[in-house]
Ligand binder design. Structure first.
Ligand code: N01
Length: 501
């Protein structure tokens, strides 16, 4: 018997227990968890959502031009294929509408507490005790943290930001009351968000200034609409959608997702050629072309896919500003060369703080250990799902997962199928508490870190994938390995506290 087995004893519970589940967040993963828990007849489920609407990322990001660069028929719940996608790659509003539609169909909202922001989760007496600023909630036996990755806006500290006389907001907090047409707009940042905003806005505004700190490789994108005939065929023959999923998944996996984990692969060489040809063939002015040319390898940063960025940035009313930003003034942005770029609106497309996960919720595990202390160096979790010392807490799209190159919906589905098997251990009474062992987590992290060094993400660029050591904080292997790992938990890698009685 381990120390835990000796010290953690609860009253007798036999057979399948109706447990109480708390799901944190009503985005893609939270909606999924609620549907699947109910389907499993697992017990009472409550989703705590701090906002007043579900949708997560797709609720929060509403900037002009927002779309998903994973093909539409891959970016959906496997159990709810959608015949009505308008394009091969979906706009954000359509994905939000899809998520709301699925939630409606499964009556998910019944179990959502909107406007309920957790501040504290504490493991005490064999249960999770949850709290908001208003006071305690019902305790839960199991917590599913479905809080997302790209969630907390990264707001840079640029001198003078508070002095700006126009409108200033982050791309994930778009202020739709601010008029844009015929105005002077500045965009800071050339990630996927900034590039999409530039592509969508340049035609509408008087002047668009893009402040680029680092150039990006851009993959061209063809995004034709699905015809009404296509949609009718998808509706009448769902097997066509299934085939499309299989085909697209295979191509996506072989040509992109697996390529980035092997920097020497022929597919990676093709990505390099395609992005380089895109730059050479799309940008006419040699001086602008050189300023748009990155000095690192394609896909080192997350690859940007765009049908219209190069065209947009070459319009007469667009300007690529590569001079570093000195400060923000009431009238606009002053660059280091002394020039004032006069602006009415300034958009911070400056990304997210990616090391937060369920924080700032104060999470306290077994023996009073605080998640902030556990993650003092950096976030980690066994297989990105379970944290040693934090029993019956499971993360979806948690630290070091396959965020860079797959559909996060597919990732969450595979993870949740795995989590359900761990929950089954608790439900059947095989154990009362389950969390990854420290030894398994350390071994996983050591192997992951080594493998991450061979990926394209570590070939010399600054990116949000890199942790404080400069090591990619993501799943560094092929998707097949992820599927295999998620097929069934290796229970020997978990610490299980048995029930007594
Ligand atoms: O953020 P980012 P994002 N001064 O972190 C710059 C997903 N996504 O919101 O490169 C000046 O990629 C920063 O510069 P640098 C996708 O996973 C998907 O665009 O660090 N600039 C960079 O250019 C994506 O990767 C989709 O030198 C500053 C930019 O801000 C992730 O979300 C669409 C700065 C941040 O880029 C995040 O994308 C949108 C400063 N002080 C998002 N600080 C699709 O599916 C930061 N920057 C299409």
């Amino acid at each position: 018997m381990t120390t835990h087995e000796q010290t953690h004893t609860a009253g007798p519970r036999r057979g399948r227990q109706p447990l109480r589940y708390a799901v944190i967040g009503a985005g893609v993963s939270g909606i999924l968890a609620a549907i699947k828990l109910r389907e499993a007849g697992a017990g009472e489920v409550t989703i705590y959502e701090k906002a007043d609407r579900l949708g997560g990322t797709w609720r929060e990001n509403t900037y002009p031009g927002i779309a998903c660069d994973v093909p539409s028929h891959m970016y959906r719940f496997s159990f709810e294929p959608n015949p009505d996608w308008s394009h091969h790659y979906s706009p954000g509003s359509e994905i939000q509408a899809y998520l709301e539609g699925v939630a409606r169909k499964y009556d998910v909202e019944r179990d959502v507490r909107f406007g309920c922001e957790l501040t504290r989760c504490e493991w005490r007496d064999g249960r999770w005790h949850l709290q908001t600023a208003q006071g305690p909630l019902e305790p839960a036996d199991v917590v599913i943290a479905a809080t997302g990755v790209l969630h907390h806006p990264n707001v840079p500290e640029i001198p003078g930001m508070d002095d700006f006389a126009g409108a200033l907001f982050h791309s994930a907090r778009w202020d739709h009351d601010v008029p844009l047409d015929d105005r002077r707009i500045g965009v800071i940042g050339t990630g996927s968000s900034g590039v999409q905003i530039v592509g969508a806005l340049t035609d509408r505004v008087r002047k668009l200034s893009l402040f680029q700190r680092t150039a990006q490789w851009i993959m061209p994108q063809d995004n034709p609409p699905f015809s009404e005939e296509d949609k009718r065929r998808f509706r009448e023959h769902p097997e066509i959608m299934a085939q499309m999923f299989e085909q697209t998944s295979r191509l996506f996996e072989e040509n992109f997702a697996n390529a980035v984990t092997d920097r020497d692969s022929p597919q990676m060489k093709l990505i390099i050629e395609l992005t380089r040809a895109n730059l050479e063939n799309s940008v006419a002015d040699p001086e602008l072309r050189e300023r748009l040319r990155p000095d690192y390898q394609a896909a080192c940063k997350r690859l940007i896919v765009s049908p219209n960025f190069y065209q947009a940035i070459q319009r007469p009313n667009a300007e690529l500003v590569t001079e570093p930003i000195e400060r923000i003034e009431p009238g606009g942005v002053r660059t280091r060369d002394g020039r004032l770029h006069e602006l009415d609106v300034l958009v911070l497309a400056t990304g997210f703080r990616v090391d937060r996960f369920m924080r700032p919720i104060e999470v306290i595990g077994r023996g009073g250990i605080r998640l902030d202390d556990k993650w003092a160096a950096r976030p980690s979790a066994y297989l990105s799902i379970s944290i040693p010392g934090f029993p019956n807490l499971f993360l979806l799209n948690g630290p070091n997962g396959p965020v860079g190159n797959f559909s996060l919906i597919e990732v969450a589905e595979a993870q949740f199928a795995y989590v359900l098997q761990l929950i089954e251990e608790i439900r059947t009474g095989a154990c009362r508490e389950i969390s990854a062992s420290q030894a398994a987590t350390d071994a996983f992290e050591a192997e992951r870190t080594e493998a991450a060094k061979r990926t394209i993400w570590m070939t010399g660029c600054r990116s949000w994938y890199l942790d404080d050591r400069g090591i990619p904080a993501v799943w560094p292997w092929k998707f097949t390995r992820f599927r295999e790992e998620m097929a069934a938990p290796k229970l020997e890698h978990y610490e299980r506290v048995p029930r007594t009685g």
